[in-house]
Design a protein around this ligand. Structure first.
Ligand code: FAD
Length: 288
């Protein structure tokens, strides 16, 4: 349980962190909350020779507003998100998702940026970030660029970050007061990771018909995905229990669903339907 030895750096700016990563190439790793990287190092599944601790970079710890969106620094912890008054009131989905991660210790140390850079297929945020259609702001040797959530999650533990690129912030839209949202998951009992999790955003027009819907699903396939067939089936329809149940059927159709010691692939597939349905029902105000 003791990691291999490594050289430690504590940069104080994004530029310094990026140039350290560039200098040390594939032998270097960024460190945020350490809740995924340190266990991997202790188990010798990762053995970086250089660890670049992002903890001293103030820019990464802020939640600000820019062009009508929240700009959430990569180092903002799960706890900071679940307890931020402005996130709770104007992007409840994100606060609700953060609040369901792990346990208080994990939420106090783990960060938004660390979680999504790690691209764990059972992580909670990707479902919400896909439904919210956020953008990731990243900086690398080639400068800053933005990546949409749809392009960011590439595969099992693989994101669209290029070698040496640092995730700086996530740009998250504010949800207007007439928009309902919810995140529901089946927790893996020991860790809390999602065996199946779904985030839903819905809005109804004056006649009660659904005119906006987004459903993100995590924990089920190698990466999170949008349940587009269910979204299509509900758009323009009344958000009744019957319509929602009918639409949230086989949401993981076409997804390579893996089984493991926690759940078989058939069970995960079935739970994807159940939790997508629960998320949409809650977002539509038809259940808690
Ligand atoms: P780190 O461990 O520091 O880094 C993770 C990886 O991302 C590393 O490869 C690192 O180099 C890279 N990285 C970190 N920051 C950046 C950056 N800014 N730019 C580019 N690369 C970066 N997660 C859930 O979603 N749901 C759960 O229920 C859950 N339960 C957990 C229970 C336990 C007991 C533990 C230990 C973890 C759990 N987690 C869960 C994971 C937790 O949310 C971690 O916060 C997350 O995996 C990684 O975030 P971190 O800040 O600790 O990143």
């Amino acid at each position: 349980m003791i990691p291999e030895s490594f050289e430690y750096f504590a940069p104080t700016s994004v530029q310094e962190a990026v140039s350290l990563a560039q200098r040390h190439g594939e032998e270097a790793k960024f460190l945020s909350g350490g809740h995924s990287l340190l266990p991997m190092m202790k188990l010798r599944l990762a053995a970086p020779k250089f660890v670049i601790d992002l903890g001293g970079i103030r820019e990464l710890t802020q939640i600000t507003e820019e062009s009508g969106k929240f700009k959430i620094g990569a180092l903002v912890t799960h706890h900071a998100l679940e307890s931020s008054e402005k996130i709770r009131s104007r992007c409840q989905l994100l606060a609700q998702t953060a609040a369901q991660i792990g346990d208080p210790q994990v939420r106090n140390c783990g960060t938004l940026g660390g979680s999504i850079s790690h691209a764990d297929p059972a992580a909670d945020y990707p479902a919400a970030l896909l439904a919210l259609e956020v953008e990731m702001e990243v900086e690398g040797p080639g400068g800053r660029r933005r990546i949409s959530a749809a392009d960011f999650f590439v595969d099992l533990f693989t994101s669209a970050l290029k070698p040496g690129e640092l995730l700086v912030a996530v740009h998250v839209p504010v949800l207007e007061s007439n928009v309902g949202s919810a995140y529901k998951k089946l927790r893996q009992q020991a860790s809390g990771f999602a065996i199946a999790g779904a985030a839903a955003i819905v809005a109804k027009d004056e006649g009660g018909k659904c005119h906006r819907i987004a459903i993100g699903v995590t924990g089920v396939g190698p990466k999170a995905f949008r349940a587009t067939a269910a979204e299509k089936a509900l758009l323009g329809k009344s958000l009744t229990e019957k319509n929602i149940e009918k639409a949230c059927h086989q949401v993981a159709s076409g997804i390579d669903v893996q089984g493991d010691i926690h759940a078989s692939s058939d069970y995960r597939r079935a739970m994807a339907d159940v939790f997508a349905r629960r998320a949409v029902l809650a977002a539509a105000g038809l259940s808690q």
